[in-house]
Design a protein around this ligand. Sequence first.
Ligand code: SIN
Length: 314
Amino acid sequence: MSPKLNLQTTIAGIDFRNPILNAAGVWCQSTAELDTLLTSSAGGAVTKSATVKSRLGNATPRLKSLPLGSINSMGLPNYGFQYYLDYVTKQQATDQHNLILSIAGLSVADNLTMLRQIQSSDYTGLVELNLSCPNVAGKSQVGYDFAAVADLLATIFTFFDGKLGLKLPPYFDLHQFDELSAILNQYPLAYINAINSIGNGLIVDPLTESVVIKPKGGFGGIGGNYVKPTALANVRAFRLRLNPTIKIIGTGGISSGQDVFEHILCGADLVQIGTALGTEGPAIFERVTNELSDLMAAKGYQNLADFRGKLKTL
Ligand code: SIN
C-alpha cells in the first residue's frame, strides 16, 4: 500500500484501520474463526448472529456455491448469545474494538432480552441487530414489516444507549426506502447494514431436476454477484435519505477492490464480504485491500472520504 493512502474509517467512534470486514455468518461462528479474522488483513470482524440459546441450524445440505454466488439456508447455527458476548467483551478488554456483536432473536422478546443484557454488561462496542434472516421456517423477516420495526425501535431506545446498527433485507421499491428512512431517522442509530441475502430464492439443478439445498423445500438466501446491483442500490438509496449521523455498511456482491470502491462511492462507510469469503477464505482480505489501494492510488485518492458517496448521476 502506498504510504500516502489511508483506508481508515469510523462508525460511532469505533475506528477500523480498513473498511473491509466479514459478513455475519461467514467465518465467524467460533472464537477460533473470529481470532483468524482479527489476525488477517480484515479491518475487523462481526460475529455470527446469535440467538438467546445455541442452535444447530437447519438440515444439510444448506449452503451451495454457485457460478455467480451462493444460496444458503443455514438457519442461524450459533453457540448462543453469551458465547459471543463473552468474546467481544474479552477482546474489548485487550483494546480490540473493531468488532461487531450480531444478534438475531427469534422473537421481539428475545431481541429485547439480549439488548438488555448488553446494556447491563461491560461491552460498549457496536451491536448489529439482524432483522433480515430469511431462513428460519415459520419466521418472517422483521425488516419487511415497517410497523414492527417502528415499534421495536421505540421500545429499544427506552433503555438502550449503546451503539446499535440494523442489518436490513434488500428493498426493491423506492417508497420502501422513503418509509423506512423516515422511521430510522427518528433514532440515534449508529448504522444500517444493507443488504442481507435476497431471501427465498430458488436454484434448480436441471440434471437432477431438483433443488440444491434441503431446508424449506429448497428456498434460500441468494448472495454473491447475483445481488451486487441490488446491494449498491440499497446503499445509495439509504445514503440519500438517512441522517448523515447514521452510517452505512455495504454488503452484497463484494469479491474485489473494485466492488468495495463501488459500495463506498454509493455511500458505504464500511463493507462486508460474505459469499466470496466463504469460497476464498480470510486471505481474501489482503487481496481485496491491495486492489482497493491500487485503484485509489491510480485515481489519486488518499482517503475514503475523497470518494465516499460521491457517485455521479447523468
Ligand atoms: C442464516 O444463518 O440462515 C443466515 C443468517 C442471515 O441470513 O441473517
